[in-house]
Design a protein around this ligand. Structure first.
Ligand code: RP5
Length: 150
């Protein structure tokens, strides 16, 4: 069981790092890769279409500007896809937010906030915790720690 954490550019690394950090904290394997809907479309389609057979359970896809990565993945898999619109470019991430969230009916992408990689990973862990009691307990502890810090 592993989660694919994709980003459109090496320059997205810092903004997407919290996704892998959260998955590691919960003991969920992450496969972190740079793949682009525009620069390497064939590789994106190949990974997405074979993902279920390869043992992936979900995708987290971060991209900026004309952010089509999450949608391109979702077009080629029925695994859950969480999109992370990234800031940068001239529009501060609003461009990526609209590009990521406005999917056509039938091909969903669960879109988190601009630069919301941490929540993307937590959402995937919550999905996995539906059938994993240990993860559910870890999530409860995580929430309790957050509350204690507030
Ligand atoms: C997107 O375009 C990437 O996700 C990145 O956020 C943005 C700019 O990419 P670079 O020009 O920095 O490689 O595809």
């Amino acid at each position: 069981m592993k989660v694919a954490v994709l980003m459109g550019s090496p320059n997205d690394g810092d903004k997407m790092a919290p996704a892998a950090e959260i998955l590691a904290r919960f003991g969920v394997e992450a496969d972190v890769r740079v793949l682009s809907a525009h620069r390497t479309p064939d590789k994106v389609a190949e990974l997405a279409s074979s993902a279920r057979d390869e043992g992936y359970v979900a995708f987290i896809c971060g991209a900026g500007m004309a952010a089509h990565l999450a949608g391109a993945v979702a077009a080629n898999t029925t695994l859950p896809v969480v999109g992370v619109p990234l800031s940068g470019g001239g529009l501060g991430g609003v461009d990526a937010l609209y590009a990521t969230v406005q999917m056509p009916k039938g091909i969903p992408v669960a879109t988190v906030a601009i630069d919301g990689a941490m929540n993307a990973a937590l959402l995937v862990v919550q999905m996995l915790a539906v059938t994993d009691e240990q993860l559910a307990e870890q999530l409860a502890e995580h929430r309790a720690e957050q509350a204690a810090r507030s």
